[in-house]
Design a binder for this molecule. Structure first.
Ligand code: ADP
Ligand code: MG
Length: 613
């Protein structure tokens, strides 16, 4: 017998003892959310088109999963509650062809031992359903039940029977968060299935059947999130990966923004996580994890799902091969975010250091455009030596990934301070900078956004408020909503450099603005800034997210616009500061801030075989 695919069921049978022994897992229900996971997986294995999940007063108190799948025929209902009885697998070799999420036949009996479980079900081919309740392993009477085809499992007082476990239960709020994460992960894994998640009678989440992964992702995480993802897709015989990769700015310190699916199973996979991280390279700073959704479909014969009690882990037969495959698939779209760059040194074959590498080099006292090291012979015409100092434009501060106030900079010695004698502004929008390897074209708005974004983060994370007092304080009349928002975010705003005092609602007094913004209308800037952090009240956002939104909004609204003429001094300043940021490649939204035109490419286009012909 070959294992049944979801939706087409084989009869439930008891596994023989040797087979049971090989897949026995022990603690399948380690936490309340594990019970929910098993029930959702059962519904999906039954080919459900819709899954309704509801929780009342905490997962361990009252949890219900209802589906419209195949149901269980009357004659098999009691068998379903026995250990190692399953319709999904008959012998151990079936794991090689496994098409379902479940296979051990352990979940229902395990939950039924620890809780009061009611199973109500009707097989589509039968006229009447059945219901049975098990309390702490005591199986009640099997009764007829009028109900539509499908299955509803209700679990009450989980662990009432296991006092030792009850003591160690996590907080209800944490469980609910874990449950929401689980439901969204399976909603992503099964876009064609409708999901509904209700907590205490309030709908937390609902998703109608979707046609594509992208459509479902937009329904679950919002269109804005989808817009900030790059799609990736790659196929080889026996394996296919489809992924959505968040722009670098969505990266988080935890892996919470990552979903890995292997044959539609939601898994934790250090291997896949590292493969994706590898593809981002230095687009994101160390210690952060990119946001991503990775949907891997692979021949079940080359994976092992029988490695962990909760089936959250899988093992792959060829780890190296898979690592390379996934990481390459992810690197392709990400390459658009990393304009490779090899200024200074004559490029060695096959080597394209990124700007971040070059900034790191600079930390080791090797100026990017200075007359030192291997760059020397090529840079004489571009480096005006110790010429006019550029006030405030420190070169290559330590690439300290956004910590410490902006003022902490370590300029190189004056003698090494490179200057661009030749910078051009194109259409008042792009700054052209000749470098030894070719030409760098900087988008002035995107570059300035990147600079201001990092400065804003530094300021908000540090203590120093660098407000520049304005000559005449101004009273600003805000809307009620704006006023409340200002009150919520007063502290980060003041660290950013806005000296504000709420007077009487809805008016505030503006006494100072962030230094270096002369020439901007401070009132308009404040309004735009508030608009940019969104409808939600600042109070509802976690601190680092609020800081990030403020920084992005500030950068976006305070940055120099396209169409604005810049002086040579300003252009110098802009280019210097861009390459002194930790991630010069792109603006805070993931759009590139510069592109590089390779001299070799120009030579090739003009039919020159070598540069000196
Ligand atoms: P497993 O899923 O590993 O087979 P379970 O203990 O979770 O083990 O379920 C035992 C059996 O009960 C399943 O093999 C399946 O035949 C049946 N079953 C459980 N839940 C459902 C459901 N929602 N719809 C249809 N059949 C179900
Ligand atoms: Mg199961």
């Amino acid at each position: 017998m070959s294992p049944a695919p979801p939706g087409r069921r084989a009869p439930i049978r008891r596994l023989d003892e040797p087979t049971a022994a090989q897949i026995r897992a022990g603690e399948v229900i380690e936490r309340p959310v594990s019970a929910l996971k098993e029930l959702i997986e059962n519904a999906l294995d039954a080919g459900a088109r819709r899954v309704d999940i509801s929780v009342r007063r905490g997962l361990e108190h009252d949890l219900e999963v209802a589906d419209d799948g195949t149901g269980i025929p009357r004659a098999e209902v009691l068998l379903a509650l026995e250990p190692h009885a399953t319709s999904k697998l008959a012998e151990i070799d079936d794991l090689q062809r496994l098409a379902t999420l479940g296979f051990r036949g352990e979940a229902l009996p395990a939950i039924a031992r620890a809780a009061r479980l009611t199973l109500a079900t009707r097989a589509a081919e039968e006229d009447e359903g059945s219901t049975v309740t098990v309390e702490g392993g005591e199986v009640g009477e099997l009764r007829p039940a009028g109900r539509p085809p499908g299955t509803t499992v209700t679990v009450r007082d989980l662990f009432f029977n296991v006092p030792a476990r009850r003591k160690f239960l996590r907080s209800t709020a944490g469980d609910l968060r874990a449950a929401a994460r689980l439901v969204s992960a399976y909603a992503i894994a099964f876009p064609e299935v409708a999901f509904r998640f209700t907590v205490d009678g309030r709908e937390r989440f609902a998703a109608a059947p979707a046609r594509t992964l992208a459509e479902r992702v937009a329904a679950v995480f919002g269109q804005r999130f989808l817009d900030q993802c790059l799609p990736a897709e790659e196929e080889r015989p026996g394996v296919r990966v489809t992924a959505l990769l968040g722009v670098p700015e969505l990266a988080r310190v935890t892996r919470e923004a990552q979903i890995f699916l292997v044959n539609r199973r939601w898994v934790q996979s250090p291997l896949l996580s590292q493969a994706v991280r590898h593809a981002y390279g230095n687009l994101i700073p160390p210690g952060r994890h990119p946001a991503c959704i990775v949907d891997l479909r692979i021949d079940p014969a080359v994976i092992d799902v029988n490695v962990h009690p909760t089936k959250r882990e899988v093992r792959f037969a060829s780890e190296d091969g898979l690592f390379g495959f996934v990481s390459q698939a992810a690197a392709r779209p990400l390459a658009r975010l990393t304009p490779r760059y090899d200024a200074g040194a004559a490029p060695r074959a096959g080597e394209h250091p990124s700007l971040v590498d070059l900034v790191r080099d600079a930390e080791r006292q090797m100026p990017l455009w200075g007359a030192r090291g291997p760059a020397a012979e090529a840079t004489a015409d571009r480096s005006a030596g110790p010429g006019a100092p550029s006030p405030g434009a420190g070169f290559f501060p330590r690439a300290a990934a956004g910590v410490g106030p902006a003022e902490v900079r370590e300029p190189l010695g004056a003698g090494e301070r490179p200057r661009f004698a030749n910078l051009w502004q194109l259409h008042d929008t792009y700054v052209l900078a000749p470098v030894s390897g070719g030409l760098v074209i900087v988008d002035q708005h995107a570059a300035h956004e990147r600079i201001l974004y990092e400065e804003a983060l530094e300021r908000m994370r540090g203590q120093a408020a660098t407000a520049q007092q304005i000559l005449f304080s101004q009273i600003i009349d805000l809307t009620r909503a704006e006023f409340e928002l200002v009150v919520d975010v007063l502290e980060p705003l003041s660290r950013l450099g806005f000296d504000l005092a709420p007077i009487s609602p809805p008016s505030v007094l503006l006494r100072g603005v962030p230094a270096g913004l002369s020439g901007r209308d401070p009132v308009q800037l404040l309004r735009d800034l508030l608009d940019g952090i969104g409808e939600e009240s600042g109070r509802q956002l976690p601190d680092d997210e609020l800081t990030d939104r403020l920084a992005k909004s500030y950068a976006c609204h305070a940055a120099v616009r396209a169409g604005q003429p810049l002086s040579l001094e300003e252009m110098n300043h802009l280019v210097d500061r861009l390459f002194a940021t930790s991630l010069p490649h792109g603006d805070p939204h993931g759009r590139p801030s510069f592109v590089r035109v390779d001299l070799r490419e120009l030579h090739a286009r003009f039919g020159r075989s070598t540069p000196t012909d």
